[in-house]
Structures are given as structure tokens and as C-alpha cells.
Design a protein around this ligand. Structure first.
Ligand SMILES: CC(C)(COP(=O)(O)OP(=O)(O)OC[C@H]1O[C@@H](n2cnc3c(N)ncnc32)[C@H](O)[C@@H]1OP(=O)(O)O)[C@@H](O)C(=O)NCCC(=O)NCCS
Length: 188
């Protein structure tokens, strides 16, 4: 399930960050958590504010969710939904960022994470969402493709290198993949 971060997840989120640091792994979709490693309250405040930010050349509103496994309440991953885009994000970055903690990767969790993000996008009335990833991030683009992602184009980013840009039709994806992912959400 997707859960809005709050005080009750303080220890789990700190441990989630530490696992990424130990692993030397990227932490994506966490609403800037990497910049608040020692300031959980500051991060909670920041992601709460993000929900109400206006669209400007440099800012957009965003929602951050934790993917939590219901059977043991374990924090598995995170995702960040940019609910409106500015021109910069329309070209590069897109609507959704996500990540799964290193010890829980390659178990199908990110597909559930993206499915739940799409359900939220549908609630928000988004018809189409854009997603980007590095060309060599196979786990990321396979997740998008598993949910009906259509490869739009490639672009060269100064920092990230070659990247792929995908589009997902939200209603179509949910209608097509509901029967696959709804049972998986309940099973875990
Ligand atoms: C990318 C990431 C989110 C994938 O999470 P995950 O939970 O391991 O993904 P899933 O288990 O749901 O797998 C999704 C698909 O990708 C494939 N996959 C996942 N990791 C892979 C890898 N390292 N190499 C090849 N395929 C991979 C899976 O086999 C699955 O494909 P399938 O549907 O054909 O079986 C995770 O590796 C991660 O957090 N990486 C660091 C942060 C990051 O890169 N975020 C995305 C930025 S755009």
C-alpha cells in the first residue's frame, strides 16, 4: 500500500536511508530525502509543503508516498508524483519518480509501486503521465513497459547520459493491468 510519510515511520525511514548509503545505491522517488538525512522533521515538513507548491519555471506540486508491505509494515520503496508539470519537467523528468530499497529489489515491488502511483494519478484526473530514466536502467524502463509505457524518444543529458522518455495512458494502463496487480497488492 502507499502511505504518506509521518512521525510513526521515523525509524524505518532512517534505516531505509542507511541501507541505501551502505549499498552505495541511488535513492529515487523520495522527495529529496537524501538532502534531509539527519532532519526527519524537516523532510516531513518539506514533502507536506511540496503538495501545495505552485507551478513555476523551477517548482511543481508533488506528492511523496512510501510503499509499505502490509504483512509486516515494512517500508519497501518510495515514489514521488509530480501532479502538474512545468516546461522543464515536461521535456525531462516527467511525472513519476520511484525507488525500491536494495534488499527488496527484483521481487516485483516496483511494478506494484508504479501501479499504485497510476491509481493515484487517475484519482487526480491525469490522463497521461511522462516518465524518464537512464538508458542503462533496465529495471526502471522494464517497470514502465510492464505498465504499458510507450517509448517516446531518447535524449542526452549532461549529468545522466543517454535517457529514455516514456508515456503511459493512465486509464488504459489501469484497465489493462488491474487484474495482475490488484491481487499482488493484497497478497503482500
Ligand atoms: C529501478 C528499480 C526501482 C527497480 O525496482 P524493482 O523492485 O527491482 O523492480 P521490479 O522487481 O518490479 O522489476 C521490474 C522489471 O524490471 C526487471 N528488472 C529489475 N531490475 C533489473 C535489473 N537490475 N536488470 C534487469 N532487469 C531488471 C524485472 O525483471 C522486471 O521485469 P519483468 O516485468 O520483465 O519481469 C530499483 O532497482 C531501484 O530502486 N533502483 C535505484 C533507483 C532508481 O534507479 N530509480 C529509478 C530512477 S528512473
Amino acid at each position: 500500500m502507499h502511505v504518506i510519510p509521518d512521525e510513526s515511520y521515523r525509524e524505518q525511514v532512517i534505516e531505509y536511508v542507511q541501507e541505501h548509503l551502505r549499498d552505495g545505491s541511488h535513492m529515487n522517488g523520495a522527495g529529496g530525502l537524501g538532502r534531509y538525512v539527519n532532519d526527519y522533521d524537516g523532510w516531513l515538513q518539506k514533502i507536506a509543503n511540496d503538495r501545495n507548491v505552485g507551478v513555476t519555471e523551477t517548482t511543481v506540486p508533488a506528492e511523496t508516498y512510501m510503499l509499505v508491505r502490509e504483512s509486516d509494515n515494512r517500508l519497501i520503496g518510495m515514489c514521488n508524483i509530480r501532479t502538474q508539470l512545468n516546461d522543464a519537467l515536461r521535456n525531462r523528468g516527467g511525472n513519476i519518480g520511484y525507488g525500491i530499497r536494495p534488499s527488496e529489489r527484483r521481487k516485483g515491488y516496483n511494478e506494484i509501486n508504479l501501479y499504485l502511483a497510476l491509481v493515484r494519478c487517475q484519482e487526480l484526473g491525469l490522463d497521461v503521465v511522462l516518465l524518464d530514466c537512464r538508458n542503462n536502467n533496465i529495471g526502471s524502463y522494464k517497470t514502465m513497459e510492464a505498465l504499458g509505457g510507450i517509448l517516446l524518444d531518447y535524449y542526452d543529458d549532461e549529468e545522466e547520459g543517454l535517457c529514455r522518455r516514456y508515456m503511459i495512458n493512465v486509464d488504459e494502463a489501469i484497465n489493462t493491468y488491474r487484474n495482475i496487480y490488484e491481487p499482488r497488492i493484497r497478497r503482500r
